[in-house]
Design a protein around this ligand. Structure first.
Ligand code: GAR
Length: 190
């Protein structure tokens, strides 16, 4: 059976979309079991629906995060999804959720970790004036934007770049790097 992925999003979902397309084309030998979001209005949900992928909204994430995570655990079981792929998911998973799945939760982050963790990392690097930033794909552990680094790719910031130009360059790198890293990870740890 192909590895089954649960993809978690909070926003646009362009990384999720590229993973879905790469699974469908056969480049990535995996199946997207479902897409879940903590935000009912996450734009990416529409793409998943159009692709006829099951979508779920995590209930009450603000008021009861533990309950939302338990709901997610139920979905993972229901869909036999053994891998959790974070794609712009802006919530912190609890140690209770992470510990039993260590090594099977993957995240992408738009900086060269450990530099610029957290939110708005592309802007933070841009405003700091660094000349090179990049993209990191890593396994998730109990800390934020932390865990074994699986892959990194540098992205240069050129003189005269606007923030939008940099964001666009980083996202293009992300869409290639995430799938490439998942191909390696899924084939090595089945
Ligand atoms: C991506 O740039 C991803 O690296 C970042 O959110 C964006 C989501 O874009 N994730 C983080 O910052 C995690 N700390 P997308 O919704 O279009 O895939």
């Amino acid at each position: 059976m192909k590895p089954r992925l649960a993809i978690l999003i909070s926003g646009k979902g362009t990384n999720m979309a590229s993973i879905v397309d790469n699974c469908r084309s056969g480049l990535l030998n995996a199946e997207v079991a479902f897409v879940a979001s903590d935000k009912p209005d996450a734009e990416g949900l529409l793409f998943a629906v159009q692709k006829k992928i099951a979508t779920h909204i995590l209930p009450n994430p603000e008021r009861d995060w533990e309950g939302a995570e338990k709901h997610l655990e139920g979905l993972l079981e229901e869909y036999s999804a053994g891998w959790v792929v974070l794609a712009g998911f802006m919530r912190i998973l609890s140690p209770r959720f992470v510990a039993p799945r260590m090594g099977r939760i993957v995240n992408i982050h738009p900086s060269l970790l450990p530099s610029f963790p957290g939110r708005d990392s592309i802007r933070a690097a841009y405003e700091k004036g660094v000349k090179v930033t990049g993209v990191t794909v890593h396994l998730v552990d109990e800390e934020v934007d932390h865990g074994e680094i699986l892959a990194q790719e540098p992205v240069r910031i050129h003189p005269g770049d606007t923030l939008e130009m940099l964001e666009d360059r980083i996202h293009r790198v992300e869409h290639v790097l995430y799938t490439r890293t998942l191909i390696d990870l899924l084939s090595s740890r089945r």
